[in-house]
Design a protein around this ligand. Structure first.
Ligand SMILES: NC(=O)c1ccc[n+]([C@@H]2O[C@H](COP(=O)([O-])OP(=O)(O)OC[C@H]3O[C@@H](n4cnc5c(N)ncnc54)[C@H](OP(=O)(O)O)[C@@H]3O)[C@@H](O)[C@H]2O)c1
Length: 304
C-alpha cells in the first residue's frame, strides 16, 4: 500500500510500504481522509527512525477484528492513532481510539475531530465551570481554537480570540467570540488565559490575566521559547499561576471523548471549521500552507 513517510527535509513523500498483519483484536481501516495537525509538522522536522506521520484518520473498516470485537467490515469510523495514519490503510492498535460514525456525521469532516477536538474538550475541562468566566485565547484561528471557542461560548464563557486578521477570525466571531489582532491593545483582564503561541506573544497574553486568574500554556506555534522576566511580576499587578497542559489521555478516555465529539457534531452542537479539503497528493504543499498560517481551522486530505 502507499503511505506518506518523512522525507528528511521537514516534509513528506509518498512511498510503497509494507502493511503489517493485524492481531486478532485489531481493525484495519481503509482511510478516506486524514487531517494534519501543527504538532505533526514539528515532528516532521526531526523524525524518529521508522516513524510515519498521521494521528487523525477517518474511513471504513476494511478488515474487522477476527476476535469479534469492534465494528464490522464497511462501518464508517474515525480514529486517533499514535502514528502512520497518512496512508491508504491503517492497522489500528488496541491502545488507539476508534469510534463508529452515525449516518449524519460526514466521514471526511470527522477526520478533523480527534486531536484538535480532544485538546479543546480537555482544555475546557481543566478550566472548570464556564458560566460567566472570561477567557483570552491566543492562536485561535486553528482547529483547536475553533472547537474551543464554540464549546466555551456554549458553556457560558466570554471568549476573546486572538487571530492575525479579521478574515482569519471571521468564523470565530460567528461562533460568539470577540476577535482581536493585538493582545496588548485588548482592554481588561481575563479569568483564564489560554496560550498556544509561546515566544513574546506568551508574555503579552500572560499580562492579561487577572491577579487571581490562571494562565494555561498548551503550545508554541511560534516555535519561539518563552522568556520569563522576574521584574514583570514585581509591580504586584499580576500573580496568576502558569500551568502547562497536554491533551494525552488513557485509551478509554480517548475513546469516550472522541465519542462525545462525534455526538456533539451529530446533534449540531459542534461544527468543525474545515479550512481546506484537498487530495492527499497535495499533502506536502498543505504542510507548507499550515506552517505559513494560510489555513483557517483544520486541513483535510482525502485519500484516493
Ligand atoms: N498541549 C497539547 O496537548 C496540544 C494538543 C494539540 C495542539 N496543541 C498546540 O495548540 C496549538 C493550536 O493547535 P492547532 O492544531 O489549532 O494549530 P493550527 O491550526 O496550526 O493553529 C495555530 C494558530 O496559531 C497561530 N500561529 C501560527 N504561527 C504563529 C506564529 N509564528 N506567531 C503567532 N501565531 C501563530 C495561527 O493563527 P493566526 O495566524 O490567526 O495568528 C494559527 O492558526 C498549536 O500550537 C499546537 O501545537 C497542543
Amino acid at each position: 500500500m502507499r503511505a506518506f513517510v518523512a522525507d528528511g527535509n521537514g516534509s513528506v513523500r509518498l512511498e510503497e510500504v509494507d502493511e503489517r498483519d493485524p492481531d486478532p483484536w485489531e481493525i484495519v481501516v481503509a482511510v478516506a481522509a486524514f487531517s494534519i495537525n501543527r504538532g505533526e509538522t514539528f515532528q516532521l522536522e526531526d523524525p524518529r527512525p521508522e516513524w510515519r506521520p498521521g494521528k487523525d484518520i477517518a474511513g471504513y473498516v476494511a478488515v474487522a477484528a477476527t476476535d469479534g470485537s469492534g465494528p464490522s467490515a464497511g462501518t464508517p469510523v474515525v480514529a486517533h492513532v499514535p502514528s502512520s495514519g497518512w496512508a491508504q490503510r491503517v492497522v489500528v492498535p488496541r491502545t488507539a481510539a476508534i469510534v463508529e460514525l452515525p449516518a449524519r456525521v460526514d466521514v471526511t469532516t470527522s477526520a478533523a475531530l480527534p486531536l484538535a477536538g480532544l485538546t479543546a474538550l480537555r482544555l475546557l475541562r481543566s478550566v472548570g465551570p464556564l458560566p460567566g468566566i472570561s477567557i483570552l485565547l491566543t492562536g485561535a484561528s486553528g482547529g483547536v481554537g475553533h472547537y474551543l471557542t464554540e464549546l466555551a461560548v456554549a458553556g457560558g464563557a466570554e471568549v476573546t480570540a486572538v487571530s492575525a486578521s479579521h478574515e482569519r477570525g471571521r468564523r470565530l466571531a460567528g461562533l460568539g467570540a470577540d476577535v482581536v489582532a493585538d493582545v496588548e491593545q485588548t482592554p481588561g483582564r481575563f479569568d483564564v488565559v489560554l496560550d498556544s503561541v509561546g515566544g513574546p506573544g506568551f508574555t503579552a497574553a500572560r499580562r492579561k490575566a487577572r491577579p487571581a486568574g490562571r494562565v494555561i500554556w498548551f503550545g508554541q506555534a511560534s516555535r519561539q521559547p518563552v522568556t520569563l522576566d522576574f521584574f514583570d511580576w514585581v509591580d504586584g499587578t499580576t500573580g496568576a499561576p502558569i500551568e502547562q497542559f497536554h491533551y494525552a489521555g488513557t485509551p478509554d478516555e480517548d475513546a469516550a471523548d472522541l465519542r462525545t465529539l462525534v455526538r456533539l457534531v451529530q446533534r449540531g452542537q459542534l461544527h468543525p471549521e474545515i479550512g481546506l479539503v484537498e487530495s492527499w497528493s497535495r499533502t506536502a504543499s498543505v504542510i507548507e500552507d499550515l506552517r505559513a498560517r494560510r489555513i483557517r481551522g483544520n486541513a483535510i486530505l482525502t485519500v484516493t
